[in-house]
Design a protein around this ligand. Structure first.
Ligand code: RNT
Ligand code: ZN
Length: 414
């Protein structure tokens, strides 16, 4: 008997259907971010980030330009199991002769059409999209959509509108929904003189953006809150309460980034709260370390809890799973795949838990059995099932060796 067959038997004795789990996970779409490959820099000539987010490290080999980034994506995605979509930022526009002439408020689908072709060529399920409301000269005093300066606000409103129209093209090209997430860095370093004004301006700006006549059949929109950013320690316009209420009252989605809350708050617990009120919600699967830091996600406890809340609430079609981490201090490709494999592991792990029994014990008030079974389940032979999952995806556990070779032969020569 193979290790897998033996493991499967052990799980079956626990009343867990291994085949069903393997089948389920491979169909859950993961929106994989393009920005791990080049430290979020994009193709507009920016050489460092600003506006509340930052990458640290100077590991050699970052992708420069569309050709290199596409090559890296092609390489990495081949080692990522499961169903994948590509998540792009507007700063990854392929401008050609328009570089330096056409600004973000004038971006059009033609600047992104090569991405559609590329995504199709590697068999992806679709493209998701993000307006890039940061790292740009038109960010004024750390503000975009909530800026008191009318011209600044107009520029960013226009950019976001254009992005919704571009998203419509992506959605139609793949005949599904392009998911658009709006994150802005707007905030203040020190004690505000006005907390309400920026939020009223943000509310109105978003209303104007959403009224642009975008294709609702092929586009869905979310807003992403954040507790604070580097340089915006005292106030963010787009706070949790602001966006939660905004999304609920406007019929759009709320996106929760795992690194955007107080350190002891967890997104896993917020998922079921939102499921009481929303048909759809979105996540940025990330890993905070003390403060928002977008560390590469690993198969840790909170990731398992997030996956549990998706799986045991049958919410895999309700929750959009997007990855959001960036690390410039280690091999970018190995980091990319490590993160994607971690969410795959977590989802599979959640499918292999005795979820019904756990709920039953809780409802019966049998908390002794609950703690015992939870601990018992941790020792089941999960690795053997995961390796079988990889095998069925045509993959091996080792992605280190081939990606290290790619570093030696390709990225280290950049
Ligand atoms: C920043 C937000 C945002 C970005 C990406 C690049 O704090 O998490 O989602 O990381 O859009
Ligand atoms: Zn995020």
């Amino acid at each position: 008997m193979s290790r897998f067959e033996e493991a499967k038997k052990i799980y079956e004795q626990e009343g867990i259907d291994v085949e069903k789990a393997l089948d389920k996970v491979k169909d859950i779409p993961i929106s994989v971010h393009c920005w791990q490959g080049d430290d979020v820099l994009g193709f507009e000539g920016v050489s460092s980030l600003e506006g509340g987010i930052q990458t640290t490290g100077n590991y050699p080999g970052a992708a420069k330009g569309p050709e290199q980034l596409m090559a890296d994506i092609r390489k990495c995605f081949a080692y990522m199991p499961g169903k994948k979509r590509l998540n792009l930022h507007a700063s990854y526009a392929i401008l050609g002769d328009d570089l330096g002439k056409v600004d973000r408020d004038q971006y059009a689908y033609k600047h992104f059409a090569p991405w559609t072709e590329f995504a199709k060529s590697i068999g992806l399920d679709g493209i998701d999209f993000n307006p890039t409301n940061f790292a740009h000269a038109r960010v004024k005093d750390n503000m975009t959509l909530s800026s008191p300066d009318e011209e600044t606000r107009r520029f960013w409103i226009e950019h976001n509108k254009k992005c919704l129209l571009i998203a419509g093209e992506f959605g139609r090209a793949f005949n599904n929904k392009c998911f658009v997430n709006i994150w802005i860095p707007d905030g203040l370093k020190d004690v505000p003189g006005d907390r309400l004004g920026p939020r009223l301006r943000l509310r109105d700006a978003l209303d104007e953006i959403l009224a642009c006549g975008y294709d609702k059949e092929h586009v869905e929109v979310a807003v992403e809150c954040k507790l604070f950013g580097i340089g915006m320690e005292s106030y963010t316009t787009g706070s949790s309460e602001f966006y939660q209420n905004y999304a609920a009252t406007r019929g759009i989605l709320s996106l929760m980034d795992m690194g955007h809350y107080h350190p002891t708050e967890v997104v896993s617990d917020k998922i079921p709260s939102l499921l009481c009120f929303y048909d759809r919600l979105a996540l940025h699967v990330s890993r905070p370390v003390r403060w928002d830091s977008d560390h590469v996600i690993i198969f840790d406890d909170e990731l398992k809890e997030v996956a549990k809340e998706i799986i045991r609430n049958n919410a895999e079609k309700k929750v959009i799973i997007g990855l959001d981490y960036f690390d410039a201090s280690i091999n970018r490709e190995i980091a990319w795949v490590t993160g994607e494999r971690s969410i795959q592991k977590a989802l599979l792990y959640a499918c292999l838990l005795p979820n019904e029994k756990l709920k039953e014990y809780q409802d019966k008030g049998d908390f002794t059995s609950l703690i015992y079974l939870q601990e018992h389940a941790k020792m089941l032979p999960f690795a053997d099932i995961y390796n079988e999952y990889l095998k069925r995806q045509g993959m091996e556990e080792d992605y280190y060796t081939p990606l290290k070779k790619y570093e030696d032969e390709v990225t280290s020569k950049r």
